[in-house]
Design a protein around this ligand. Structure first.
Ligand SMILES: Cc1ncc(COP(=O)(O)O)c(C=O)c1O
Length: 393
C-alpha cells in the first residue's frame, strides 16, 4: 500500500468530525489560564497540565519578556555549538539544586530528554526495566537502544522483581518509571523499587513530568515526596507542566550528566530551548519557592474534585494526584460525556486507544491551583447530570 492509499484509508477522524464528536486539535483563541476562549465561547480549562497556573503569573511573563528582549526570539543552534546561553547554564544550576542532584542538563522538550537520556545510557548488554504504563517518550526511547527491554506490570513490584532476577547480576540495569503516571494519576511505589534496585544492583530513573512542583515538601517531585532523593540516580522532568514553559531536564551525578552532554543525539542534533522559555522556567522555579500556597491550593482543588467525582459514583481508578482519569470504558459513552461537558463550557481531555486499552476510555481532568470552588462545583454538577443520563440509558 502506498503512502497516499494508507492515508486515505484512515477515515475514523473524519467520521468523528462529520458527526460533531471530534475532540482533538481544538484551537484556543485566548487564555487566562483556568479559562480559555474557543469558538468565541468561554470554557473552564480542565485539561491543562498548568498545575500551578503559572502560565499567566506576572513574574513568569515578565521574565519571559525580558529574556526575549535580551537574547532574541531563538537560539538558532544546538547547545553543543552556538546554542548555549548563560541562561541555559543558570537554569541547569538552579534545577540541579532544586532537584537535589549534582548536575543537570536541559533539553528542548521533555520528550527529547527521555529519548536522549535512555538511548544514550543503555548499550548492548545492558537491561532496561519499564513500567507497562510509562509515558510514550520513555517507550520510544527504548526503540533507540540495543539493550534488552523488559516490561513489568504497572507499578507491580513483584513483577519487577521477577524480571530483575532474570538479568545477569553484573549487567548494567536501569529501572525507568513515571513518578506520577500520566494517564492514571497514581504514584510509583518508589520505596519498594529502591529496595529492589539495591538488591539487584540497578539504577533508577524517575520521570517527574507530572510531579515537579506538585509532589514533595518543596515541590521537588516523587523522590522528595518519599525522602528517597539519594537513592534515585536520575530525575527527568519537563517544563511544559508546572513550570509553564517548554523544555526538559535530566538531573543526576555529574559524570553521567557530562557523558550525556557529549553523547545524547537528541541534545546535540537539535536546536536549544528558546530564551523566553528559559526565562519563564527560571521565574516559575522562583514562584514555586516563594509561593508554597499555590501548591496547597492545587491539592485542595484536587481533593474537592476527587471526592466530588467519587461521591457521584464515578470511577477515578487509583488517582492520588491532580491527574484525575474519569473512567468511562466504552468510547461512545466517553464521547457523549465529553461533548456534553464541552457544550456546557468545560474543556476536558478524552483519552482513547492506543493511549489506553479499548475498554478503558476516559476523560482526563487535570487540576490547577487557580481553579475556583465555583468552577469545580459547576463541573461536578455537569458530571452529576451525566450520571443521571447514564442511569436512564
Ligand atoms: C510522563 C511524561 N514524560 C514526558 C513528557 C513529555 O514532555 P514534553 O511535553 O515536555 O515533551 C510528558 C508529556 O506529556 C509526560 O507526561
Amino acid at each position: 500500500m502506498n503512502l497516499l492509499e494508507k492515508s486515505l484509508r484512515f477515515t475514523r477522524a473524519r467520521e468523528a468530525q462529520a458527526a460533531g464528536y471530534y475532540p482533538f486539535f481544538i484551537p484556543i483563541q485566548s487564555s487566562s489560564g483556568a479559562e480559555v476562549m474557543v469558538n468565541g465561547e468561554r470554557k473552564i480549562m480542565m485539561g491543562s497540565n498548568n498545575y500551578l497556573g503559572l502560565t499567566h503569573h506576572p513574574k513568569v511573563l515578565a521574565a519571559a519578556e525580558s529574556a526575549l528582549q535580551k537574547y532574541g526570539s531563538g537560539c538558532t543552534g544546538s547547545r553543543f555549538l552556538n546554542g548555549t546561553l548563560d541562561l541555559h547554564e543558570e537554569l541547569e544550576t538552579r534545577l540541579a539544586h532544586f532537584l537535589g542532584k549534582e548536575a543537570s542538563l536541559v533539553f528542548s522538550t521533555g520528550y527529547q530528554t527521555n529519548l536522549g537520556t535512555v538511548s544514550t545510557l543503555i548499550n548492548r548488554g545492558d537491561y532496561i526495566f519499564m513500567d507497562k504504563l510509562n509515558h510514550a517518550s520513555l517507550v520510544d526511547s527504548t526503540r533507540l537502544t540495543f539493550g534488552t527491554v523488559c516490561r513489568y506490570a504497572h507499578n507491580d513490584m513483584k513483577s519487577l522483581k521477577r524480571q530483575l532476577a532474570q538479568a545477569p547480576h553484573d549487567a548494567g540495569k536501569l529501572i525507568v518509571t513515571d513518578g506520577v503516571f500520566s494517564m492514571e494519576g497514581d504514584i510509583v511505589n518508589l520505596p519498594e523499587m529502591v529496595e529492589l534496585a539495591e538488591t539487584h544492583n540497578a539504577d533508577i530513573l524517575v520521570d517527574d513530568a507530572h510531579a515537579l512542583g506538585v509532589l514533595g515538601e518543596y515541590g521537588g517531585g516523587t523522590a522528595q515526596h518519599f525522602g528517597l532523593g539519594e537513592k534515585t540516580t536520575l530525575i527527568v522532568a519537563t517544563f511544559s507542566k508546572s513550570l509553564a514553559s517548554i523544555g526538559g531536564v535530566v538531573a543526576g551525578p555529574e559524570p553521567i550528566i557530562h557523558y550525556l552532554k557529549h553523547h545524547a543525539r537528541a541534545l546535540i542534533f537539535s536546536a536549544s530551548m528558546p530564551p523566553s522559555a528559559i526565562g519563564a522556567a527560571l521565574a516559575a522555579i522562583d514562584v514555586i519557592e516563594e509561593e508554597p500556597e499555590l501548591r496547597a491550593a492545587l491539592w485542595r482543588n484536587t481533593r474537592r474534585m476527587q471526592e466530588g467525582l467519587k461521591s457521584l459514583g464515578y470511577d477515578i481508578g487509583d488517582s492520588e494526584t491532580p491527574v484525575i482519569p474519569v473512567l468511562m470504558g466504552d468510547i461512545g459513552i466517553m464521547a457523549m460525556q465529553w461533548r456534553t461537558l464541552f457544550d456546557a463550557g468545560v474543556f476536558t481531555n478524552p483519552v482513547i486507544p492506543p493511549a489506553v486499552p479499548h475498554d478503558s476510555c476516559r476523560l482526563r481532568i487535570s487540576m490547577m491551583a487557580t481553579h475556583t470552588n465555583e468552577q469545580i462545583d459547576y463541573v461536578l454538577d455537569l458530571f452529576a447530570q451525566g450520571m443521571k443520563l447514564r442511569a436512564a440509558m
